[in-house]
Ligand binder design. Sequence first.
Ligand code: ATP
Length: 341
Amino acid sequence: MTSIATLGSHCALQLLKGAKDEGFKTLLICEKKRQKLYERFKFIDELVLVDAFSEVIDERCDSILQKNNSILIPHGTLIAQMSSEQIESIKTPIFGNKNILRWESDRNLKQKLMDEANLPTPKSVSSPSAINGLVIAKRHGAAGGKGYFLASSEDEYNKKRDQLIKEGMIKGDSDLYLQEYTSGVLAYLQFFYSPLKKELEFFGVDKRHESNIEGLARIPAENQLKMEKFTSFNVIANSPLVLRESLLDEVYTMGENFVNASEKHVPPGMNGPFCIEGVYDENAQFSAFEFSARIVAGTNIFMNGSPYTTLIFDEPISMGRRIAKEIKEAELNNQLKDVTT
Ligand code: ATP
């Protein structure tokens, strides 16, 4: 019998609760410092204690996961803390397509896939000297917005870059990606693509509360101007959104285009959960600045389902439980190979 495992962070609670509700044994790769937290939750059957998550590729973890016939569910912490090479070397079967995670981590590959999917994106800015308007400077990988800053000129960019170097967050220009800043309503569109049913499900929408950019809006301009502090987009929390119904058709089209492009360029394609992240401008035009090719933490809001899952399923369902259902069906039909890599 298959079991379900994940790393103890990000959306682990949602994933393992969903797995337990579907009758799976659950395992958590847990950093020793978080043991006390995760022991509180009775739906976690086994904690595999580690000093660091990178131990998931070591023989000890590997043999525990193998003994339990585990499928590992990837999330943002795996991407943030391990290189693409390390992730690809994990022997335990990974739910979805582990090869697409490299495309999420590399800004150039990421842009390529978004272009192939015909997603409108903010323009990238080739170098600091090409800054001509407001840009956002982002670190590579899933840095969760920490240390991202805004600049309107090369001088301003240089000053802020130097500060990040001083703080040890980056080494130089090559660690930063520059993109035009788009202003509007931010929306993070959550999807699940079932490789078994070959169907796309729109799961929900969230917005992120990012510090300190959100707090800055509460400070009058005259006080902001006197502040020395730089902006940062560190995600602290998420809250739910519901879109105007007239926007839904385009949401499905964007999701389907993304699934089709992934199938063509990163076989076996975008199986399982993913998220398209962007901004609606004043004409309700969406511009995607990012995708996540795996479950996002914004799905934690909908542990009991979202307004959109209510339209598809007759029971409350989280993304974690949806994943477990797909694995269960695959196991019943001898198709586990179709839902893992
Ligand atoms: P994660 O992996 O956690 O999604 P990330 O490190 O890949 O984060 P982004 O999602 O690209 O980074 O950006 C972080 C935040 O910066 C976004 O949530 C958004 O608030 C802001 N942001 C990024 N790009 C743009 C843009 N082009 N215009 C306006 N805001 C942006």
